[in-house]
Ligand binder design. Structure first.
Ligand code: SAM
Length: 266
């Protein structure tokens, strides 16, 4: 079991993996090879960074915590294909950082800090970069929410948004016992590959807004949640799918939301 000489910071989501076998399984899921550039957020004590560097052409890692630098550089000694940028990933200029590399395939593989799981994925989507695969360890409940179907309690705006862009697969369960310090929650490794059959969308930001508004008050129906929009148009779209204005957002598929967003966009 890996031991770390580190003062863990809870507020930065610092729960490090201690079992190398879990790390190897995550890296195996990703299918990276020696023509790949891999982005990692939060290398922490480099347990995953090293495994990635053994297989990839280059690893570009973002670590917010400068206090980890001594430990990190010690552990990455001899790994010449790793570059660690000490900065907040959410403020990084990802597309231009990636532009400094030549590669055939691009991957994102991380045990992400859970407090920013969704902002990280949104940043990947908005970067415009084409990832061959995104592999992430996330909190179990969040992974369930990402990969659920309409009608279930976990189905929300983020489910629709992510499943619009990606085919999402639950890869495997990871017990909280595999981390140091041990967190309160278990985890899931999930993978995202680009959905090649995306329905055409007039405007991404407007789609995001319609999703946000549709799910804003969970107990309210679509008529109430979308009352700021032209309800005649909303009703017409819903009727096309055999629904009416009394339906709740959690019952509606991605296709319905895309149609609503496209019909309402001015
Ligand atoms: N990859 C290591 C592992 O699996 O053992 C550490 C994972 S730990 C869950 C998350 C890491 O993300 C920590 O090292 C933390 O300092 C870092 N982190 C937190 N917020 C960050 C941010 N906004 N940008 C970059 N790194 C961040």
């Amino acid at each position: 079991m890996e031991k770390y000489d580190v003062k863990f910071k809870k507020k930065l989501g610092q729960n490090f993996l201690k079992n190398i076998n879990v790390v190897k399984r995550i890296v195996d899921v990703s299918d990276i090879d020696d023509n790949s550039l891999v982005i990692e957020v939060g290398p922490g004590g480099a347990i995953m960074t090293r495994e990635l560097a053994l297989k990839a052409k280059n690893v570009l890692a973002y670590e917010i915590d400068q206090d980890l630098s001594d430990e990190l550089f010690k552990r990455l000694d001899g790994f010449d294909n790793v570059n660690v940028l000490f900065q907040d990933f959410l403020n990084s200029d990802l597309a231009s950082d990636v532009d400094n590399y030549s590669y055939d395939k691009l991957y994102f593989v991380s045990n992400v800090p859970y407090y920013i799981t969704t902002p990280i994925i949104l940043k990947l989507i908005k970067s415009g970069l084409k990832f061959n695969k995104i592999v992430m360890m996330v909190q179990k409940e969040v992974g369930d929410r990402f990969s659920t179907e309409p009608g279930s309690r976990e189905y929300g705006s983020i489910t629709v948004l992510l499943n619009y862009f990606y085919d999402i697969k639950k890869e495997f369960f990871v017990s909280k016992k595999e981390f140091v310090p041990e967190p309160k929650v278990d985890s899931l490794v999930i993978s995202f590959t680009e959905n090649e059959h995306k329905l055409p969308l007039k405007d991404f930001e407007f789609f995001e807004k319609i999703l946000h508004d549709s799910f804003q008050y969970k107990r309210k129906n679509i008529k109430n949640n979308l009352k700021a929009y032209d309800l005649k148009i909303v009703e017409r779209v819903l009727n096309d799918f055999d629904y009416d204005l009394t339906v709740r957002a959690e019952e509606l598929s991605i296709e319905v939301f895309v149609s609503l967003a496209n019909a309402l966009y001015k």
